[in-house]
Design a protein around this ligand. Sequence first.
Ligand code: NAI
Ligand code: MG
Length: 329
Amino acid sequence: MYNIAIIGGDGIGQEVMSACEYLLDKIDIEFSFQYGEAGFDCYNKNGTTLPEKTIKIANKSDAVLFGASTSTPGEPSPIINLRKALNVYANIRPIKSYKGANCLRNDIDFVIVRENTEGLYSQVEYHDENKVIAERHITRSASERISKAAFNLCIKREESKVTCVHKSNVLKKTDGVFKESFYKVAEQYPQIKTEDYYVDAMAMYLITQPQNFDVIVSSNLFGDILSDESAGLIGGLGLAPSGNIGDHNGLFEPVHGSAPDIAGKHIANPCSMILSAAMMLDYLGEWEISNNIKDAVEKVIADCKIKTPDLGGNSCTMDVTKAISKELI
Ligand code: NAI
Ligand code: MG
């Protein structure tokens, strides 16, 4: 039996989490779910976006499932702080073309490995009389650690190239260290090809030649922006799952946010949350069921009959979830 921390959060975070729980209840693995609060609604209730109790539940679990949270003005991001609290330093975001989805090309299959613990998401911002300052923290240790995670993932995926994305022509010191660390780690992986691009050029290459990438490693903000851009290549945020992996913890969540524009309408695409749960099962060593879930999602999307509006259909969240669950039986 696995102890899973469930943190639905706000808006469609709760909706896709309910769908995910429905699916996990149908599979032949026993889970014990412990529920934690986080986000905007949690702040209004408890005065904090991430209560200590939630961190404790997450820390004690075998893995964490997180939905999404709405940002709270003046308060820190609960998901950024939860990733830091669990030291899940590698944010793994696979991007893949699905048949039946509106993809730019049908041969896209890469993964973004985003550094999770530092960068411009340090949340250290302040002002003096004349200016407002945001600190961008980059350390050699975290840069080497994330590069290693990227090379190891490249081996696991049986792919051949890791692309480092930075902006060292302008951010000479911080991204100088990020790029140097990448190439230092690369020496330990002579069988893997390497390349590096400035983030602005990379934003274009992702559109002009997405089929040429295998594993992409970047710092926190750049990795975040490129992830949403990449989701746009394969039909949107409804198909973009992610895992946050550390040495002792794993936290799995869709790339998307709480989507206030569709929250409460029960039309959120549950696939990114369900695919995140499949990543969790892979992390827990339940490879067979993980692959079955991924196949079931693929079949339902390819079938084109039951799809949420973001993919051009008119079905609701639970119709899609039930269709995926039916494929599993
Ligand atoms: P968003 O990711 O929530 O939504 C962007 C667009 O994608 C919207 O049009 C939305 O309807 C659509 N979308 C997202 N997920 C979808 C799904 N599963 N099915 C169908 N359509 C989907 O980003 P947005 O609107 O910029 O932010 C909304 C709130 O979420 C903000 O408060 C933001 O701070 C927060 N946020 C939270 C994140 C997290 O908790 N990890 C990540 C990103 C944003
Ligand atoms: Mg994001």
